[in-house]
Design a protein around this ligand. Structure first.
Ligand SMILES: [Zn+2]
Length: 452
């Protein structure tokens, strides 16, 4: 007898949407179609059955100088409640060593409720660090991260190029934060020199030009090193155009994050604008339109949250100039429901495309497919049963993040996860989240196959 049967929902598979049953035995999906007797049953009639989401971009791990407000326990509680069953967190090179960064991440993730993996942020692309890459790959750490916006990127361009070459040889994906350091530094200095240091000047300090210049440079780097590059949190029409162009010449993937789909620069006219500070800044309505189109047409591959909330007190602290406001917001719990509500219900994205950008594509890029990111026989039983008619208003007080505000406070959202199943375990039912800290497991990432 089957352990668990999900009956009669609209199931989204690579073959399309079908009203069928899903069978789960142990931690895996054991059947999709007619399912016989089962020990437990979930009635999913009228509901959508989709793969658990894979968020390729979170910041849940600590560094030697920073502990996030949402650590693995709080962050993945929010994730699970929102239907995100796998998270990839940044970990930072530690005292010169990539390996030590990963080890710190592993310790931090011992309390994770969701399955997890890492990108290793490389702050010192030394020969020693580059030599660590093959060993890390063998242990399932197939992702690196580079901040082009850091002054170190400018000082060490050649070393970073060699890093990308080493990544290409090993089959590691390189996530890149694409904003040009020189432009951001010059604008910031100009604004400071003229006394324009308030948060309302934050968008001017990081113009679209800085993003486009960096994306173009990232494309060059990818083309000349053969590295697979994953551009995180793209925010503007210009960056999307540069990505589209770049995909013809190099192995490029593009991510946007929820902020850029729902909000514009108008947010910076508010007295509490600091609550929405993230890098890059919010853009114009035309950029928002470009991002929706690029998500629909495949130019953008994924939506990642860049989840890293800070309290209102930290964001709004008196005396902070625009460049000192801690960047980042909460987003894990609202990722799926908002994209369903604003994307699928409003006709901007098909349901198939939603599953692609939140589950299948990130799983492929992370080297976890088809174990993650798809409803298929043999895949991990990470399943979200979404009630497409459930209406809720977003209130930070109802959410699981440790943060005391939500960037979408007051938004009416239609379509919420009703049940969340992670590796065969029912971890969330209406009103109750039963996932225990420590249930999450490390997911070894495979190297990216050489051809697309
Ligand atoms: Zn980030």
């Amino acid at each position: 007898m089957t352990d668990l049967a999900i009956r009669g929902g609209t199931v989204v598979t690579p073959q399309g949407e079908r009203r069928v049953d899903v069978a789960i035995d142990g931690e895996r999906i054991s059947g999709i179609g007619d399912v016989g007797a089962a020990s437990r049953e979930i009635d999913a009639r009228g509901k959508l059955v989709v793969p658990g989401c894979v968020d390729l971009h979170t910041h849940l791990a600590s560094t030697s100088t920073f502990t996030p407000l949402d650590d693995f326990e709080h962050g993945t509680r929010a994730a699970i409640a929102g239907g995100v069953t796998t998270v990839v967190s940044m970990v930072y090179q530690d005292d010169g060593s990539l390996r030590r960064g990963v080890e710190r991440g592993m310790r931090d993730a011992e309390c994770s409720l969701a399955d997890f993996a890492f990108h290793v942020v490389v702050t010192d692309p030394s020969e020693t660090a580059r030599a660590e890459i093959p060993g890390l790959m063998r242990d399932g750490h197939a992702g690196l991260k580079v901040f082009m916006v850091s002054p170190r990127f400018v000082e060490r361009r050649e070393d970073y190029r060699l890093l990308l070459r080493a990544a290409a040889e090993a089959g590691a994906v390189v996530a890149i934060h694409a904003e040009d350091h020189a432009i951001v530094a010059a604008r910031t200095a100009e604004l400071h020199a003229s006394g324009r240091t308030g948060v309302e000047h934050f968008p001017e300090s990081r113009p679209v030009e800085a993003e486009v210049t960096a994306v173009q440079e990232a494309v060059e780097l990818a083309a000349t090193t053969n590295a697979a590059v994953y551009l995180v949190h793209l925010s503007s029409r210009g960056a999307i155009d540069a990505l589209r162009e770049g995909k013809r010449r190099a192995r490029m993937f593009g991510e946007t994050r929820p902020l850029y789909l729902y909000l514009t620069r108008a947010q910076f006219d508010r007295p509490d604008a600091a609550l929405w500070v993230g890098q890059p800044p919010l853009r114009e309505a035309d950029d928002v339109d470009a991002i929706w189109s690029a998500l629909a047409d495949g130019t953008l591959d994924t939506v990642g949250t860049d989840h890293i909330p800070h309290t209102q007190a930290a964001k709004l602290a008196a005396g902070l100039t625009f460049d000192k406001i801690p960047p980042g917001v909460s987003n894990l719990e609202t990722l799926l429901p908002m994209l369903y509500s604003e994307g699928v219900r409003k006709g901007r994205l098909t349901l198939a495309r939603l599953v692609e950008v939140l589950a299948t594509a990130p799983a492929r890029i992370a080297g976890m497919y088809p174990r993650k990111g798809v409803l298929a026989v043999g895949s991990d039983a990470d399943v979200v049963i979404l009630d497409p008619t459930a209406r809720r208003t977003i209130r930070a007080a109802d959410l699981h993040s440790a943060c005391d505000y939500d960037p979408y406070e007051g938004w009416d959202v239609t379509g919420w996860p009703e049940f969340v199943i992670a590796r065969g375990e029912i971890v969330s039912v209406p009103g109750t989240l039963s996932a225990e800290p420590g249930r999450g497991r490390f997911v070894a990432r495979a190297p990216l196959p050489r051809s697309r």
